[in-house]
Design a protein around this ligand. Sequence first.
Ligand code: 6LW
Length: 484
Amino acid sequence: MVRDAATTPVLPGFFPDPSVCRVGEDYYLVNSSFEYAPGIPIWHSRDLLTWTQLGNVLTRETQFPAGVSAASRGIYAPTIRHRDGTFFVVGTNVERGGEQFIVTATDPAGPWSDPIVFPGLGGIDPDLAWDDDGTCFLTYCALDEALRPEGGSLPVIAQARVDLDRGIRLEDPRVVWRGSGLAHPEGPHLYRRGPWWYLLTAEGGTERGHAVCVARSRAIDGPFEAAPANPVFSRRSTGFPVQNTGHADLVERSDGSWAMVYLGVRPRGFTPGFHVVGRETFLGRIAWVDDWPVVHTDDVLPDRADTAFIDDFSSARLHPRWVSPQGALPGPHPDGGLALGSHEVAVRVRDLRWRFEARVDASAAVSLRVRLDERHWCEISLGSGAAEVRARIGPLEASVGSGPAAGDVVTLVVEAVDATHDGPDDLRFGLIDADGERWIAALDGRYLSTEVAGGFTGRVLGLSARGSAPARVVSARYLPLGED
Ligand code: 6LW
């Protein structure tokens, strides 16, 4: 089956707000990670199509303190750039009042430095660009009322010269762009191409109206003029299967052609359409017409992303796919596997149809949760010779089913399968024990969708101990079901 980049993500699953840079023939990409720690997944590719996760940028307490106040808080929209042998990631920790921070590394796999924080630049979505003299400009989406003296509800794109060595800003922020008129101008990135500086922005909000807009100037600090064709890319008001497309970043290949990474979602089910695996990373191609970028999405993907995995947790280092919404990852169990505590260790769902199995020690109470956020989840718990499926949807929590479970080691199973109602899918929960495999309960998948829960994240699969005693997961297995 031929897969085109317009309908198939290059990074399926909750990997939004992609930012990319190139060093020689190597590409590096980062995503937003919100409340999940370690924060900011970082990827490597040689062709922009197939990506391998190198690790996460924010792996230490000193970089991203554990414990975020609410879902979809934490780390927003990082930008990655490379200059003179150093990688820079600039991002926002909204948990700390929207502070812009920079971390650096010589090896993108880490370790990354502790953050330098730039006070007085309140907002989100920072970008770094250097002019011909080597002066660094931090351009961002300013949420500061003082920069909008005439009022108005929309943020503005602001900029300040910064000294990265001294960790200070060299001037008060200046407004450089107010967007093309759509809601929420944000996600700015600046690029030099020939005589022009291009300012790429996300507009319209990250939901169905999302779009990519462009402006250009002869100078890095403006004044900018809007592209006549704005928005230069959007799927709004179309029947296209990938929606919410926007928040993009451009990169020049070594052959001089340009590519674009952007986020999109795959809504399914009856109106308004439900997306459940979050905002995913897609790839586009840029043609330059009259010195303006034109987006094409007809690249052919060689293969679907390889999302299957089996993890027996035997290696000394936990695979970087594992994260925790509470910020604390478990360590190895003396009998093998992971020693689970009350904090979840979680992995992102990467496909529209999938199966996940967790082999657990039945001697301690343990649960496997499909989590959209703290208030929207469904889980199967095992304890005292029985399994129970419970769901929470907003303020309501209920038991959905239960049954006996026999044996010392039990495999908890959850699958996302075709919807029986009007939702995007059904989630069914069951187990494999000494008596074989059976299903216990199912839930309409729309209740664990972003359209119901709100926010910026997608489903993850979390494991945790259910009681005060530590629990043990022996192995975990994820596999896509069918073709997305
Ligand atoms: C991000 C903003 C956006 O900071 O969503 O899609 C916000 N665009 O630019 C959270 O990811």
